[in-house]
Design a protein around this ligand. Structure first.
Ligand code: MRU
Length: 350
């Protein structure tokens, strides 16, 4: 396990530890989970968020569930897991990494021997492998992406696609970390990202922990920032990439991509291959999570909207592949993505 930097998900003393991202940046509090359903609820409740971090959490939650199932039925524990898997799978609908991690843990379960102690240890090893592979993938992406960036590059990122949203290091923020380290990125802007303010609270905090200066903008300032020539690339993560390169990501990503095209600014999506859903032909079929109306009517729990106002709160949108200049994964870079190019990348060796 790579122990560098911020670790939003940890396994310690047979428990799952999650950094409560709802409290950042004011408080750094780890919540401890030994019950599988509580770990699944932590995903729904945004204690942990960001597609790859959700996947890593789901893998550890499966270990907790297997332990509970073994206590219930030593010989039939695999079957006992089914209701929990159904529950976990619904924790958040858009992030495909959740489904990907469940499938990988299920494949591991199918190979297990009958000795339950050994089986549990093997499952935990699989969850730890999912975790450390995610960190490594992010570092590889950072290196690949740097080659695309010009010197003296200004970038804008949206939401939080950093260490907090992954096993560690980050996807879009991994690209930014690498780009700053090798001197290519000289200016970083972050959107506030209403309604949860992942940009203002999480991305700004995370970059400042690494001494990377960051300038926050209101979401509505992005097109003007582009018109002023202050950025050359937009770099974001993703919750699910369809086989044709359509990209689901935090609400507002699509507006950024449209404005980027108009202003001749490049648009990059950094995501591990665990975020690519080859069973989803295009973005049209990606389920878009809707969250409670109060998240829009209030700011951090404080009601600001006029009494009686309604709200609409889709929390992701889909950016068509035609607006994406590059998808960067740990297996390589796909420029101007198409189904054929993505398939070739997925089938290539690492
Ligand atoms: O609602 P969130 O905070 O889970 O949304 C997260 C995002 O939209 C991220 O950009 C995405 O999951 C990629 S994280 C590496």
């Amino acid at each position: 396990m790579d122990n560098e930097g911020i670790q939003p998900v940890q396994w310690q003393d047979n428990q799952l530890l999650l950094l409560d991202q709802r409290l950042l940046p004011e408080q750094t509090v780890y919540l401890h989970y030994s019950k599988s359903t509580e770990a699944a609820d932590a995903i729904t409740d945004m204690v942990v968020r960001g597609a790859p971090a959700i996947g890593v959490t789901a893998a550890y939650a499966m270990v907790l569930a297997a332990r509970e199932a073994m206590a219930l039925s030593a010989n039939n524990w695999q079957q006992e897991l089914t209701p929990f898997i159904d529950y976990l799978a619904k924790a958040r609908p858009t992030a495909i990494n959740l489904h990907w991690a469940i499938v990988r843990m299920q494949a591991c379960i199918e190979t297990l021997a009958t000795n339950n102690d050994t089986a549990l240890a093997t499952l935990l090893d699989e969850a730890k492998a999912i975790h450390s592979e995610d960190i490594q993938a992010n570092k590889t992406m950072g290196e690949f992406a740097s080659a695309l960036l010009p010197e003296n590059c200004g970038v804008l990122t949206h939401c939080n696609a950093g260490a907090l949203a992954t096993g560690g290091y980050g996807t879009a923020l991994g690209v930014i970390r690498s780009g700053v380290a090798n001197g290519k990125i000289t200016k970083v802007y972050a959107d506030e990202t209403r309604p949860w303010l992942q940009g203002a609270r999480l991305t700004a905090w995370e970059l400042l922990q690494d001494n990377i200066p960051v300038t926050l903008i209101a979401d509505s300032a992005a097109a003007y920032l582009m018109q002023q020539g202050k950025i050359q690339w937009i770099v974001v993560g993703s919750d699910r990439i369809a086989a044709n390169g359509d990209v689901a990501n935090k609400i507002g990503t699509y507006s950024l991509a449209v404005a980027a095209k108009y202003h001749g600014i490049k648009f990059m999506v950094a995501a591990p291959t665990s975020t690519i859903d080859m069973d989803m032909p295009s973005g049209d079929g990606i389920p878009i999570e809707s969250r409670p109306k109060d998240e829009v009517l209030a700011v951090m729990g404080h009601r600001v909207a006029a009494e009686g106002a309604d709200s609409w709160n889709p929390v992701f949108d889909v950016t068509p592949a035609s607006l994406v200049d590059a998808i960067v994964t740990e297996k390589g870079v796909v420029e101007q993505p198409t189904t054929d190019k993505i398939l070739a990348m997925m089938q290539s060796g690492t």
